[in-house]
Design a protein around this ligand. Sequence first.
Ligand code: NAD
Length: 414
Amino acid sequence: MMLSIIEKQIKRVTCNKYVNPNLLNILSRPTNEIKMNFPVKINDKIEIFSGYRVQHNNYLGPFKGGIRYHPSVSLDEVNALSQWMTYKCAIQDIPFGGAKGGISIDVNNYDDKQIEKITRGFTKALYPYIGSNKDIPAPDVNTNSKIMDWMTDEYNNISGNFNQTSNMKSVFTGKSVGLGGSHVREEATGRGVALMIREWALKKNYDLKGKNYIIQGFGNVGYYTCELLNSYGMNLIAVGDHSGYLSSNEGFNIFNLREYVRNNKGINGYPYGDEISKEDFFKTKCNILIPSALEYQINKENSKDIQCDLVVEAANGPIDHEGETILEEKQIPIIPDILANSGGVLVSYYEWLQNKRDEYWTEKEIRDRFDEKIEHTFKKIYSISIRNECSLRNACFLYAFEKLEKNFDRKFNI
Ligand code: NAD
C-alpha cells in the first residue's frame, strides 16, 4: 500500500517529463527483500520476532538506511522507505544507495534489557547482509544511538573483532559519540529540516521571525526541528504525538516539553496548553505545518481543513496522493521528505567517512560543512523546480533520476 504512494509520486513526474522507462522499471523493485524470523528468550519463554531489511538500489554506493522498531513495520513499508532512501542519497550527492529495515514490535511492551536482547538477536540475523561497504544501517523511529552501539558491539562479537578497527565501526551510523559516532548526528535530521525551511523562506522573501508552526511528532526529528525554528524567532503553537495533541496560543517552551516527554514517554499529561483532538490539530491555522511522526497522516479527510503557508515533510511519506492533490489545489507548497529530512543521512555519511579514515571532526567543522551542503542542495532543487515549473517533489525526482540514469547507462553499457 505504501509503495503505491511512490508509484503515484513518480507518475506525477513522468506524465510531464520523459524518464528512461528501463531505469524506472529497475527502480520499481528492490534488489533484495529480506525477512528474518528470529527467536529471543524473554522471561523464560521463546518469542519469535519478524525483522526486515530491504536493499533497494546500490548504483551510487553501498546500501544505506535506518532501522525502525514499530508495530506497523512490514515488508511493504520497509520497501517504500528503502526506495525513498535511494532518491534521498542521490539528491544530496552522497555515494550511498537506499535501504531500510526494522522489527515489527511495540517497544512499550519490553524493558531496556529486553530491547537489548532483541536488538542483539536482530543483529545476528542481519549479519550476513550488512557491512561497511555493503549495507550500513542507522537509527529511525524508536531506535537511537544506544541501539546502534548494541548493534555495533554484537556485530564485532560475531566477527571476532574486539578492537573496533575503523572498518568495524563503520558498519553502523548514528552511534554514540564515545563509540565512534559523529557530533551533530543526533540533531542532524531536525537541523536539516529547519535549514530547508530557512532556505525556502529566503527564496520567498518570507520572514520567519514572529511566525508560528505546528508539529506532529516530538521525537528526535521533531524536537531538533523545533530547537532551530525557535532560534529563528518562531513559535510552536500546537504539538502532537502517539499519546495526544496539545495547543497553546502563547506557544510552548520546547525545552520543558522535551524534559517532560523524556520522563513520561509522551506529551500526554503535560501541564500547559489545551488538549485537542488529532482532527483539530490538523485544522489549526498556522504558518507552517510539520508532520514529523509517521506516514499517511495528511490525506483526503483532513487536507481540505489545513490552513497554512507551507507543509514540510519531516517524516517519511506523511502525505498520501489524495492529500497532496488537495494541497496542490489549495496552492499550499510542500517541502518533500526526500529533501526535507535528508540531513540525517548526510551526517551519517560524515560519520562513516570519519570511521573509515580514523578521524574525529569537530562539532564546528561538521556544522559548517553540513549547513553549506543543505543550503546548496535546497538551491539546486529549487532552481530545477523553477526551470521545469514543477513542485519541489518533482524537481527532486528529476534530479535523482538523472543521476541514477548515468550509473544505469554505465552498468548496462548503453
Ligand atoms: P522518534 O521515534 O524519535 O519519534 C517519533 C515521534 O512520532 C514520537 O514523538 C512519537 O510519539 C510520534 N508518533 C509515533 N506514532 C505516532 C502516531 N500514531 N501518531 C502521532 N505521533 C506518533 O523518530 P524520529 O527519528 O524522530 O522519526 C520521525 C520521522 O522522521 C519518521 O518518519 C522517520 O522515518 C523520519 N526520519 C528520521 C530520521 C532520523 O535521523 N531519525 C531521518 C530521516 C527521516
